[in-house]
Every structure is written in structure tokens, then in C-alpha cells.
Design a protein around this ligand. Structure first.
Ligand SMILES: [Zn+2]
Length: 370
């Protein structure tokens, strides 16, 4: 039966099954913690169980028409909302659609279930619109907000939700999922999981921004015997080039899209959309830079593990660099990690990090800026 494929989450799953058995369903849930696959699957199984015609002790049957339709994403009372891309926000239009749909009568199921993926990506306007729905929730309707970052949601939304926290599933299971979604082999999947925590949106971003290729170039430069000065400037250049080409590519795509929008919707609404798209590009670049910081972090982490004589290092293809980094003392390595953490913090606060990457590379290569 279908909740059973979610292994190692007895606490949250039993809680959900109990609410189904008692038919005590909250108008809004917040599923957080764990990994995306677990949150997604739990939400889908919950929707199935609520509408299943052969439910058994809180478990959906997986065979009735309703279960099959929800599994295939074709059930009219199972509504899913998600951001458009790796760095997109959930705009007001999507929440307006939800509002319309939840106030229509139920089409097939007993329960209308609205799943909002990456709910922390609601923008202010759409979050407020969602709040209005939650203030007067229609009968037999439940909204499930999914988010790995619940701290970014409006507190007024969180306070209306029944919070359900998940845990991290066994590593093998997560890796199999990453391999499946990304098409990468096990070694890459494993490294990706260690560096990023395994988020599906990040898989797409890594592909779009060719982060594996960039990682290869960074590793080469870290390893190279060229003077530190030239290596730092080349590394900084690589990052800046990537940022520049991404901006250019995205801006061209936006311009093309804007031409179509202006023709259909007029200039004023087009301007809002254009600003939204442009801020999405900025956000994407921010996430990209965070990934580069995480890459560097993982190398320093490995150096610490190597020093401790541990074999379970993450960047198993970069042993020469790790050995080189581990000639630093433990205190020095910890100091370097702290600098990366600080950079990450400033990045979240909107600092222009492309400028400070040069000094970060100096730090990693253990040299003082001239
Ligand atoms: Zn069923």
C-alpha cells in the first residue's frame, strides 16, 4: 500500500493516517523537513487516501479510479501549484486560480486537495492572497504547503498550518532518486547530494548553468602549479563569465517573451512581468553563487576529514587537491570554513559576491591578497 513506500517516516505518516481515520483534517498543512521526494509523495498519498473508495486503515488502495487519477495527475480535485523554474516565485495569478478552483463545487472527489510546492517561493502578493483563502477555508478542502525552507514563509501563514515534519530517508534511497531525475551516474549523484542536500530544482540549475563543467575547471586551477595570483584571477574570471553569460542569455529570452506579452496584455502589466522575470534572474545567479560556495566548502570539509584519517570523503575524484588543502592546520581549515559561511550569509543579504570571490579564492589557496 502506498504510504508504505515512504520508509523511515513513521511519526509523520502515522500522524497523517490517524487524522484520516478520524476524519479530522486540517484546512492547511505545512510539510517540511526531509527531502523533496518524501514531501511530494506524502502529499500525494494523503490526497489519495482522503478520496480513496477502498481505503484501509488510512492507506489508499492504489487501485480505485480516484487513486489512479491522483497518481496520474489527472484528478480534477487534486490541484498542484509550483513555481515556474529554479529561481521563480509563485505569482499572484497562480493563487487566484487556486481561489477560483477551491470555491467551485467538488467535481469528483470528496476532498479537494491543493498542494503548493516550494511554498517559500510565494511572493508577498500571492502569500497575502493565500492567507485570504486560509481565513475562510471552504468545506472539504485542504491545502498542503511543501517547503524545505519554512522559515521563509510569512508567520501569519505558518501559524494557520498544521506542521508536519519529515526526516531524511536512507542515503541509498535518495541517491537512487537523484540518479533517476538527473540521469547522472552514482558518483555524481552522491557528490551532488553531499554538496546540495539533493533538491530537484538544484538539479535543473546545475544542468542549466553547467556547474559540473565549471567544477572541473575550478578543480584544475586549484591543482595547477601556476602562480597563485594568475590562478585566483582566472578563477574569479570563470565565475564572472558565468554570471555574465547567464544574465545575457536570460535577458534575451525575457525580451523575446516581453514582445509577445506586450502585444497581448499591453504595456503596464508587461512592465510588472518584466520586473518579476529580471528579479528571477538575479535570484538564479544568487543560488548559483551559493552552489559555488558549497563546492568550495565541501573541499575544505574533505581536507578536515582527510586530516582526521577518515576515508569517507565527498570529492573522491579530487584527492590531490584535498591532500594539498590538508597541509593546513585544523585551526586554519576551520578559519577558512568560517569565511565561506560568512560569505554565504552576506549572499543571502544581497551582497554583490562576484566581487568578493577573488578574496575567497585567495583564502582557499592560502595566500594573502597583494
Ligand atoms: Zn483507492
Amino acid at each position: 500500500m502506498s504510504f508504505q513506500k515512504i520508509i523511515g517516516e513513521d511519526l509523520p505518516i502515522n500522524y497523517l493516517k490517524k487524522s484520516i481515520n478520524k476524519e479530522r483534517i486540517s484546512p492547511c498543512y505545512l510539510f517540511h523537513g526531509g527531502i523533496k521526494w518524501v514531501r511530494d509523495t506524502a502529499a500525494r498519498e494523503f490526497a489519495k487516501a482522503l478520496n480513496c473508495t477502498n481505503r484501509d486503515n488510512g492507506e489508499p488502495c492504489d487501485r480505485c479510479l480516484s487513486c489512479k487519477k491522483i497518481e496520474g495527475d489527472v484528478h480534477p480535485d487534486f490541484i498542484r501549484v509550483k513555481p515556474g523554474g529554479a529561481a521563480s516565485r509563485i505569482g499572484i495569478n497562480k493563487i487566484r486560480e487556486v481561489k477560483e478552483k477551491v470555491h467551485l463545487s467538488h467535481l469528483e472527489g470528496k476532498w479537494k486537495v491543493v498542494v503548493i510546492e516550494n511554498a517559500h517561493r510565494l511572493n508577498v502578493e500571492s502569500a497575502n492572497a493565500l492567507l485570504k483563502i486560509l481565513e475562510e477555508p471552504p468545506a472539504f478542502t485542504t491545502l498542503i504547503l511543501l517547503s524545505p525552507r519554512p522559515e521563509l514563509l510569512l508567520p501569519t501563514i505558518v501559524s494557520r498550518c498544521d506542521r508536519v515534519r519529515f526526516f531524511i530517508p536512507p542515503r541509498d534511497r535518495v541517491l537512487a532518486w537523484i540518479e533517476d531525475v538527473s540521469g547522472w551516474e552514482r558518483e555524481k549523484a552522491s557528490l551532488f547530494y553531499s554538496i546540495t542536500g539533493g533538491d530537484e530544482e538544484l538539479i535543473n540549475l546545475w544542468k542549466e548553468m553547467e556547474i559540473w563543467e565549471l567544477r572541473g575547471k575550478i578543480l584544475e586551477l586549484l591543482k595547477s602549479k601556476k602562480p597563485i595570483f594568475s590562478r585566483v584571477s582566472r578563477l574569479t574570471e570563470l565565475i564572472n563569465e558565468k554570471v555574465k553569460t547567464t544574465k545575457k542569455k536570460n535577458k534575451e529570452a525575457i525580451e523575446k517573451k516581453m514582445k509577445e506579452i506586450r502585444a497581448v496584455e499591453g504595456k503596464s502589466s508587461a512592465k510588472d512581468k518584466e520586473n518579476q522575470y529580471l528579479s528571477e534572474v538575479e535570484e538564479k545567479i544568487k543560488i548559483f553563487l551559493t552552489q559555488i560556495l558549497s563546492l568550495l566548502y565541501s573541499l575544505l570539509w574533505d581536507a578536515m576529514m582527510h586530516k582526521k584519517g577518515r576515508k569517507d570523503i565527498l570529492n573522491s575524484d579530487s584527492i590531490i587537491i584535498i591532500k594539498k588543502l590538508s597541509t593546513c592546520s585544523m585551526e586554519e581549515l576551520e578559519g577558512k570554513l568560517k569565511i565561506l559561511e560568512k560569505a554565504r550569509f552576506s549572499l543571502e543579504r544581497n551582497a554583490n559576491l562576484t566581487l568578493t570571490f577573488a578574496s575567497i579564492f585567495w583564502t582557499i589557496l592560502d595566500a594573502e591578497p597583494e
